[in-house]
Design a protein around this ligand. Structure first.
Ligand code: ADP
Ligand code: MN
Ligand code: MN
Ligand code: MN
Ligand code: MN
Length: 383
């Protein structure tokens, strides 16, 4: 209470005080770190943040190490171990779990221009991928396909929360005005935390992510960004961009949730629409290949629903209700320019007779490796 009062005096604003009191990170003086960053460190020393997905299949973990040379590819990077019993990935008596570096990004948070983020996947003591390592199976599928050149473009929706779990900027008691003015909106009464969104774009571009765009979403405090289109890199990029988003939000004292239905009622849920194409679909007359893929997808609806959220469909049950721009979770459907279906063919694609399809089913907290793995196994490997 005393420190809270002090904060109140400092800010003179009760609403802001509520946020600060709830979020210890925001009251630290952010300029102190800069003093140390101005110290000269040995030129051959590189800071590397190893990033991985924990046993929940949706949360990111990281730890940092200092390398003594600048790596030119992941092959120059050492594997590393961590305590899998603390990340829901191993039991205490045999807890060493291995990180294998898979992709390198420039680190927008560390001071050195050679400092990097190393995206890893995880292996148990027996050398097998951990159950939440969905990348290994996806890589194996990619290794089996021919020259189809699959591309994925992923639309990541997310919601900003205050530390107390309430959507950011929402009144403490009651609700904002109904949905309508917020999607792609502008103005202090319509969008919250645009600064954070714009910082995220720059940090992702710096990192080397194929970042495609952003927009404010239908529910206030909900946003979207798009990644790709590219191959397996789109999935790696999505995980790293989620990490960067959460790091920036940490600085602002705001929480990011990827929960697919953060608010019950007449509020839109959050998805990760996955846009997919092959060389054939992108070429003249590609609509035929798009329709063939949709036909295959229609026969494997259950498999896809299982792969499209980390709880094998349980999370999406709350979101895919057949209302609020979603289809029913129980039934496959598709249509041109229709946003209440499982798979949409965008109007522009139907007109051009070529392009891509949009699978609207993946939830915002999906693992893109699991989603894209299911898509290519169904559409390209005919499994
Ligand atoms: P909407 O909100 O109307 O569904 P967006 O503009 O948010 O559409 O997202 C479109 C997505 O489609 C982007 O992520 C983009 O990268 C992706 N995309 C565009 N062309 C292709 C393609 N040929 N193959 C796969 N994805 C594509
Ligand atoms: Mn320790
Ligand atoms: Mn979109
Ligand atoms: Mn959207
Ligand atoms: Mn979409």
């Amino acid at each position: 209470p005393a420190t809270q009062q002090l904060r109140l005096l400092r800010t003179g604003n009760a609403t802001r005080t509520k946020f600060l009191a709830n979020s210890p990170n925001t009251v630290l003086d952010k300029s102190i770190l800069q003093r140390y960053r101005n110290l000269e460190t040995p030129a051959n020393r590189v800071q590397a943040t190893y990033l991985w997905i924990d046993g929940t299949g949706e949360n990111i973990r990281l730890k940092d190490r200092v390398l003594d040379k600048v790596p030119s590819s992941v092959n120059d990077l050492p594997d590393w171990q961590y305590d899998g019993s603390s990340t829901y990935q191993a039991h205490g008596e045999n807890s060493d779990t291995t990180l294998k570096p898979r992709a390198i990004y420039r680190d927008p948070f560390k001071p050195g221009k050679n400092d990097i983020i190393v995206l890893c996947d995880t292996y148990s003591a027996d050398g097998k991928p951990t159950p939440s390592n969905k990348r290994a199976a996806f890589q194996a599928a990619v290794d089996q396909i021919g020259d189809e050149e699959p591309w994925f473009g992923i639309e990541q929706e997310y919601t900003l929360l205050d530390v107390d779990g309430r959507p950011f900027g929402w009144p403490e008691n009651g609700f904002p005005a109904p949905q309508g003015p917020y999607y792609c909106g502008v103005g202090a009464d319509r969008v919250y935390a645009r600064d954070l969104v714009e910082a995220h774009v720059v940090a992702c571009l710096y990192a080397g992510i194929d970042f495609a765009g952003t927009n404010a979403e239908v529910m206030p405090a909900q946003w979207e960004f798009q990644i790709g289109p590219s191959g397996i890199k789109a999935c790696d990029d999505l995980w790293v961009s989620r990490y960067i988003l959460q790091r920036i939000a940490e600085e602002y004292g705001v929480v990011v949730t990827f929960d697919p239905k953060p608010m019950e009622g007449q509020w839109n849920g959050a998805g990760a629409h996955t846009n997919f194409s092959t060389k054939e679909m992108r070429a003249e007359g590609g609509i035929k290949a798009i329709e063939e893929a949709i036909e295959k997808l229609s026969k494997r609806h259950e498999r896809h629903i299982k792969a499209y959220d980390p709880k094998e469909g349980k999370d999406n049950e709350r979101r895919l209700v057949g209302r609020l721009e979603t289809s029913s979770i129980d039934k496959f459907s598709w249509g041109v320019a229709n946003r209440a279906v499982s798979v949409r063919v965008p109007r522009g694609v139907a007109t051009a007779g070529k392009g891509y399809l949009e699978d609207r089913r993946p939830s915002s907290n999906c693992d893109p490796y699991a989603v894209c793995n299911a898509i290519i196994r169904t559409c390209l490997l005919n499994e």
